[in-house]
Design a protein around this ligand. Structure first.
Ligand code: LLP
Length: 416
C-alpha cells in the first residue's frame, strides 16, 4: 500500500498534500512517509518472529538522522559502510551492539572507532583486511567480532553496477578460498568468529538468487563444522527489489519465508540488511517545471531538480515514475523528456513521459526514497535540497536546504 495517493485531486504524502509541502518548504525537496518506512521494516521483523534475527537497515540507502531515528525507535539494527554512517546511527539513537560494518576498504582508524564503539560485527571482505583487523584489535587489547563475507558466485540478474555476488565483482572472499580464510581467522588471536556473510546485489526481483546463495552458504557452514569452526549468525545481506515501473518483486514476507524454509530450522541468528525495500517507495522527489522547451521533434520539460539531486536515471538508466501533483490539467498530454538544469546531456529524470505540462506545475519523481538524497552531490554548485518527513498530518523538516554559504564552507582564498 503506497502512502502517496491522490486526495481531492492532489497527490498526498499520508495526510498532507505535496502542494502544501512545496508551498511551505519550496522545491526541489525529498518527501518521505514515516508510515511507509515503519510498515516495511515491521513486515520484515514480523515475518521473522519465529527465528532469532536482526533486521539491519542498510544506512547507505538513506542516511538522514531523522529517518534513522524512526528505525532505531523500532529496535532496528544497522548495516554501515563507513564511520560517517556509524556516527549517524549513534547520533540517531541506534545501538552499537546492533551495528554490522560492511565494505571492502575499511581503514585502520575506522576499525579502531568501530571497536571502541562496541559494534556487533565486522563483515570482513578479504584476508588482508582480516590480518589488519587482528593487528588493530591486538593494539587495543580487544577481540574483533567477525563474519567473513563470502562471494557465492550467483547471478542476481540485476544492473551490472549493482550486482555484487559474481566472481568477477570486487566484493567478498572467493567461495573456493572461504575455508582457508576461516582457518586463518580462527588462528588469529584477536579475531572472534561470529558468523558468515554474503550480499549478492541490489534490486533483485526474483527469489532464486537468494535461495541459491543461501544454499551455498549452508553447504559451507557444514564443511566448516567438520573443522570445528562454528557460528552464531548468518548474514544474508540486502538486495530485495521494489517496483519502480512494472517489476513484480517478491513480497517481503515471501522473501523471508523462502529464506526460513531454506534455512530449515537452523538455530543460528539470521541477519538481513535491507535498504531499498525499506525506504525506496517511502519517498518522492518533489520538483517544479521551470520551462517547457518544445522543438520540432523533441519536447523538454526543464525542472528545478537535476542529476545531482537524483542520479539514478543518469547512472543506472533507472526508471522513476513521474506524476503530476495536481491531478487535473488544462493542457493536452505531450511526450516530454523531463530534464534538470545541469550542464550535461546525461542530466535527465525521465525520458519520453506522456504528461500534460505547463510551467509552474509540480511533479513528484516517485520511488526516490532509496539512493536518492544519499547519492546527491553539489555538482554545478547546486545546494542539496531539503528533506521532509510526513507523519500522519504532521510535517517535519528533517534536513534544511543547503545555502550557497554552506557550499563554500571550508574553502579559502590564497594569501596573495
Ligand atoms: N548490504 C550490503 C553489503 C550492500 O552492499 C548493500 C547495497 C545493501 C546491504 C543494501 O542493498 P539494498 O537492500 O538496498 O538493495 N546505488 C544503487 C544501489 C547500490 C547498492 C549497494 N549496496 C542504486 O541506486 O540502485
Amino acid at each position: 500500500m503506497s502512502e502517496f495517493n491522490y486526495k481531492d485531486g492532489l497527490l498526498n504524502a499520508e495526510g498532507v498534500s505535496l502542494a502544501e509541502i512545496a508551498r511551505q518548504f519550496g522545491t526541489p525537496c525529498y518527501v518521505y512517509s514515516r508510515k511507509a518506512i515503519e510498515d516495511s521494516w515491521l513486515e520484515f521483523d514480523t515475518a521473522l518472529k519465529q527465528q532469532k534475527h536482526l533486521v539491519c537497515y542498510a544506512v547507505k540507502a538513506n542516511s538522514n538522522i531523522g529517518l534513522l531515528n524512526i528505525l532505531a525507535k523500532l529496535g532496528s539494527g544497522f548495516d554501515i559502510v563507513s564511520i560517517g554512517e556509524m556516527e549517524r546511527v549513534l547520533h540517531a539513537g541506534g545501538r552499537p551492539d546492533k551495528i554490522v560494518f560492511s565494505g571492502v576498504g575499511k581503514r585502520e582508524d575506522e576499525m579502531r572507532a568501530a571497536l571502541k564503539a562496541g559494534i556487533k560485527c565486522f563483515n570482513v571482505e578479504s584476508i588482508n583486511e582480516l590480518v589488519r583487523l587482528n593487528d588493530v584489535a591486538g593494539e587495543m587489547h580487544m577481540h574483533a567480532p567477525v563474519s567473513l563475507r563470502v562471494n557465492p558466485d550467483v547471478d542476481a540478474k540485476t544492473h551490472p553496477y549493482i550486482a555484487t555476488g559474481l566472481k568477477e565483482n570486487k566484493f567478498g572472499i572467493a567461495f573456493q578460498n572461504a575455508i582457508a580464510a576461516y582457518e586463518i581467522a580462527s588462528a588469529l588471536p584477536n579475531i572472534t568468529i561470529k558468523g558468515i556473510d554474503c550480499h549478492i546485489g541490489s534490486q533483485i526481483t526474483t527469489l532464486e538468487p537468494f535461495k541459491d546463495a543461501l544454499l551455498k552458504v549452508l553447504e559451507l557452514i557444514e564443511q566448516l563444522k567438520q573443522l570445528e569452526i562454528t557460528f552464531e549468525h548468518i548474514d544474508l545481506g540486502g538486495g530485495l527489489g521494489i517496483t519502480y515501473e512494472n517489476e513484480v518483486p517478491p513480497a517481503r514476507r515471501d522473501y523471508i519465508q523462502t529464506i526460513l524454509t531454506t534455512l530449515n530450522n537452523t538455530k543460528l541468528e539470521l541477519i538481513i540488511e535491507p535498504g531499498r525495500s525499506i525506504v525506496g517507495n517511502a519517498g518522492v522527489l518533489l520538483t517544479k517545471v521551470e520551462y517547457l522547451n518544445n522543438s520540432q521533434d523533441h519536447n523538454f520539460a526543464i525542472v528545478d531538480a537535476a542529476m545531482n539531486d537524483l542520479i539514478r536515471p543518469s547512472l543506472y538508466d533507472g526508471w522513476h515514475n513521474i506524476k503530476r501533483v495536481v491531478e487535473a490539467a488544462t493542457v493536452e498530454e505531450e511526450l516530454y523528456d523531463v530534464v534538470g538544469p545541469v550542464c550535461e546531456t546525461g542530466d535527465f529524470l525521465g525520458k519520453n513521459r506522456s504528461l500534460p505540462l505547463e510551467p509552474g506545475d509540480l511533479l513528484a519523481v516517485c520511488s526516490a526514497g532509496a539512493y536518492g538524497f544519499s547519492m546527491a552531490s553539489n555538482y554545478n554548485s547546486r545546494p542539496r535540497v531539503s528533506e521532509i518527513m510526513v507523519d500522519g498530518n504532521q510535517v517535519h523538516e528533517i534536513r534544511k536546504r543547503e545555502s550557497t554559504e554552506d557550499l563554500m564552507n571550508g574553502e579559502s582564498l590564497l594569501p596573495k
